[in-house]
Structures are given as structure tokens and as C-alpha cells.
Design a protein around this ligand. Sequence first.
Ligand code: PHE
Length: 372
Amino acid sequence: MDYAATRDEALARVADAQDLGAVEALRVELLGKSGSISGLLKTLGGMSPEERQALGPQIHALRESVSQALGEAKDQLESAALQAQLAHETVDLSLPACEALRGTVHPVSQVMDELAEIFADLGFAVATGPEIEDDWHNFTALNIPESHPARAMHDTFYFPDQMAQVGQKMLLRTHTSPVQIRTMLDAVKTNPGGAPIRIIAPGRVYRSDSDATHTPMFHQVEGLVIDKGIHLGHLKWTLETFLKAFFEREDIVLRLRPSYFPFTEPSIEVDAGFAIINGKRVLGGSGDAPGHGWMELLGSGMVNRKVIEAGGFDPDEWQGFAFGVGVDRLAMLKYGMDDLRAFFDGDVRWLQHYGFSAHDVPTLSGGVGVRP
Ligand code: PHE
């Protein structure tokens, strides 16, 4: 048998193979289980030892060179196929990109940003305080001593007695007013005689309460001004200016009513006039007009002398006003949500509907929605 001729013929056929299918068919025909070259290998079994010694290496070499040629042919055809594909497939870079899903700014964050912007224009800084507060800052220093009936107005979450710190019962702050005390004490530390203060303090507050308009955690923003010669006129102008800018309406009308908070004297409840439009209350105009009404908006007043003292200031020299308003409530009034609980459900559909893009912040000077 002429193995060299068999090899040459096989190699010629491999060289002729035009595509991967033909190469695979040849592999099966020559080297497969019942392939012709595989058949030659099987003849080794029937040979005498001498014959096998002489022919074995030739048959193995034949099989080896054909197998190598098949492998190379396959590699070449595959890379040619890839080159052809790369040559005719193109990427169109002018096509618009798929829109990426973007999150939204939560209405509470949005309103807090709006408030910070508006009050920054009025010269107010943003102050913060801890949510885990002690009894003294949350109550006593604000002229709400123990057993004072005003404590019952706050459904307070207390920590267990053994978590008391420096003899103080700890609690989740029920309002942002303790930031008044902390801010005054800080100011006196750096300025022993006292110094003018203009701050707002937005943040979370906690009360054991839950229905469509109350959640155990909600948000308030506190305002505090301490200076010399501060009077009710300053409070009224500040609230009017802030509420007009916030609701983006010149026709906001406020009604100031006497009220009671232990930490302000006099205390003033502020109502705003509303009209009913499409079944919804919309702020604007006098609440006394026919078909209109007044809604309670926020609590405020002149800072009580005792609170100014607790803050380390001399109340004969320094006066001030303070106010506290629900941020969630402001958001609901401005943007029309009617269930407070949805604010805290984290439902993406709600967030897509009521959330904001990162740029929509009205300012006192810049108007609404200044976009870059
Ligand atoms: N802290 C009061 C509340 O939570 C609001 C308030 C703040 C009233 C400041 C007067 C002055 O209801």
C-alpha cells in the first residue's frame, strides 16, 4: 500500500475544501470511526510484529499529517468567516442611545431643597441636630418641664430608661425645635456675648401617630432668627415672603391667630386662604371670600425669654422669632398628593409620577425651574 499517495490525495482534498461543512465531512470520511484512515490503523492488529514495526509509524504519520491539515483548514475558514462578518457588519454611531432609566428626587427632598434655596436668598443658613435627642433639648430647654401638659400633645417615642445619657432620658425628637437650642448654644460658644442667628433646620421628626395625614415619622422645617430689635413684623414679612416664593403665587393671604406654644410668647398660628378648584384646595386669595376658606399652615411666635436664656443668650438684649412647618404637608399642598403614607412606601410608580428631575428648584431671585 502506498501511504504517501494516500496522504497526498487526502491533503489535496483537504486543500480543496471550500467551507467548514466540507472540512467536517472530510474529517468524518477520513478520520471518523469508520473513516478510511481509521481503517488503516485497524489493520495494524492483523500484522506480524515485523510488519507492524515497519508500517505502524507510516500509518500514524499519515493520520497525523491529515489531522493537522484538517485542523489548519478549519482555523483558516473560521477566521475568514470572522473577517467577512467584520467587513460587512457596521455599528451606526449616529443612532440615538437607549434611554437609561433614571431615578427621581423625592418630593420631600425637593421641598427641602426649595426651602433651603428660598431661605438662603433671605440670608438663612441650614442647621441640623440629632434625631435621637435627650429630654432636655426636646422639652425642658423649650420651656416644657416634666409633667407640663404640653408634653401630652407630643406622642413621644421614648428609649428605655437604661439608655439614658448624662442623666437624660433619650427619645426620638418630636419636632425640630431642639435645633433652636443647639444652634443658640453653639453660637454662644464661639461668641460669648451672643451673635445674630438666622437658620432653618429641616429634618425628620417622630410621633406615635398614624392615619392618612399622620405617619410616625414625618418632616419639619424649623426657622429661627435671633437678633436685636426683632419683632412680630419681621416674622410676618418673612413668612409671607417665604410662602409666596414657595407656592409661586403673589396672592397668598395669611391670617395670624393667637395660639399657644410653651417656647414662644406670643404664639401665633398662621392660616392661609384657599379656594376650592376642581374639588381641591388651592392656596391663594383671602379665606373670607365667598367659597373660600382658611387652612392652618404652621406654628410660630416670638421666642420665649426662657428659651433665649436656655440657649445662653441674654433675653433683655436679644429677641427672636421662630416657626415650625410640616415639610410633607407643604409638599402635599403644592404638588397635590392626598395620602401622606404614600410618601414613605417607596413605590417606584409613585416616585416616577410625583418625583422631580434634579434641576427644578425655584428660588426667590431666579424664578421657577431654572435649568442649566
Ligand atoms: N415645634 C412646634 C410643633 O412641632 C412648631 C413650632 C415651632 C411652633 C417653632 C412655634 C415655633 O408643632
